[in-house]
Design a binder for this molecule. Structure first.
Ligand SMILES: *Cc1c(COP(=O)(O)O)cnc(C)c1O
Length: 407
């Protein structure tokens, strides 16, 4: 033995806020009640959300052929990149081509390339949302890129605090990341807000990373607006993927799109390609599904997914919106509902203790807001079946009532 092998500084500084918080959830579920996890952001867990039927048929064909087993270009096949370019071109003045697209290992892989291509470790900072998807912090901390949080305002349907954003930009700011529709908020921004954010980026001459993995997954009365559609001058890097829209998060297929305007991204485009060579891209068999999924999925599938998500999100909203001590923000999109908790009323220290006690007494799992840098909120995933959601909400109400009655 030569002693313990030490981990590198890169490994040591890679923090996953969800792990850090979840490790504090030490309580075991109540053994007398079935366990209902409203914490796992994976829509496939209960089997009620599935790949479109046309998709499983294409997959079977692809799997029995032998043409998708070899290496392809590290940025993905021309075929897949073309399909993405066609489907995600929202601005007729600046159509996306296959050359603007790089396929990646999940949307996570796309974010990693977007961060790395725009920012230098130890020098640049990137503005990220609070509350926000925790992976942003994990990747930035690992890469040694600084971050600054800007706030999303629950009273304004989780819009970005633009006045604050304005003050956060400094000479080392490389870009602003905006996630719309949002995980964990379940919000969908108005066209006006996307325009205002684009104007702010223009003023500071900054590119935007648009995390639009929930593109089009919005509820009735809502319209999804992409930054690509709105911007005529601000360069955008859009990230997306198959995971959420087609209910295949395990497939690890995502993409990064350079929405160039006046050639400002020509160097970045090259950088995206170069960075894709580090891991040689995504799995070829699942990536071969991009074209059939994007081009052959019937409209009815998208409508049905949105209808089901909305019905379930509104179930949670209706069940909990009048509960004293909870303030539920009405969901508009995606797969989540966020609510604040009145810790004083519940005689609890914070959202982590709320979650711990809820697990212990009522066997319902939620995620504390601290996983997303939002203390004294909780996030509920709305993809479990409706009867499970109702049961879980009724238990949450019972838990809240019991906590309120403690003298
Ligand atoms: C799920 C998710 C991702 C990551 O998607 P993968 O394709 O599974 O890597 C990125 N951004 C947001 C906001 C997400 O919710």
């Amino acid at each position: 033995m030569t002693g313990t092998v030490k981990m590198s500084r890169i490994a040591a500084r890679t923090v996953n806020p969800i792990r850090r918080i979840v490790n504090q959830l030490k309580e075991k579920p109540n053994p007398n009640l079935s366990w209902i996890p409203l914490s796992i952001g994976d829509p496939t867990v209960f089997g009620n959300f599935t790949l479109p039927k046309t998709g499983s048929e294409s997959l079977q064909k692809l799997a029995t052929g032998y043409s998708n087993n070899g290496y392809v270009h590290s940025a993905g096949t021309e075929e897949a990149r073309e399909a993405i370019a066609r489907k995600f071109s929202f601005n007729p003045k600046y159509p996306i081509t296959a050359n603007d697209v790089v396929l990646t290992a999940g949307c996570s892989g796309a974010l990693d390339i977007a961060f790395s291509v725009l920012a230098d470790p130890g020098k640049h900072n990137i503005l990220i949302p609070r509350p926000g998807f925790s992976l942003y912090l994990t990747q930035l901390s690992s890469r040694g890129i600084q971050h600054k949080y800007y706030d999303l305002i629950p009273e304004r349907q989780w819009e970005c605090d633009i006045a604050q954003l304005d003050t956060l930009v400094d000479k080392n700011t490389a870009c602003i990341l905006i996630n719309n529709p949002s995980n964990p908020c379940g919000s969908n921004y108005t066209r006006k807000h996307i325009e205002d954010l684009t104007a702010m980026a223009r003023k500071h001459k900054l590119p935007i990373i648009a995390d639009e993995i929930y593109a089009h997954m919005v509820f009735s009365g809502q319209t999804f607006t992409s930054f690509d559609e709105i911007s005529n001058d601000v360069p955008i890097l859009t990230v997306g993927g198959l995971a959420k829209q087609y209910m295949v998060p395990g497939w690890r297929v995502g993409w990064l799109i350079a929405n160039d305007r006046q050639g400002q991204l020509s160097e970045i485009r090259q950088g995206m390609y170069d960075l894709s060579t580090i891991t040689l891209g995504t799995g070829t068999l699942t990536a071969a599904m991009v074209k059939p999924l994007l081009e052959e999925t019937p409209e009815a599938y998208y409508r049905e997914v949105n209808r089901q998500l909305e019905e379930q999100a509104l179930t949670v909203f209706e069940e909990l919106k009048d509960e004293p001590g909870l303030k539920v923000v009405k969901p508009e999109a995606a797969m989540y509902v966020m609510m604040s908790i009145d810790t004083e009323m519940f005689k609890l220290k914070d959202d982590v203790e709320f979650t711990n006690e809820l697990i212990k007494s009522h066997s319902v799992g939620v995620l504390p807001g601290q996983c997303f840098e939002m203390k004294n909120f909780i996030r509920i995933v709305i993809t479990p079946p409706k009867d499970k959601l109702r049961e879980a909400c009724s238990r949450i109400r019972d838990f809240c009532a019991k906590r309120r009655s403690i003298k």
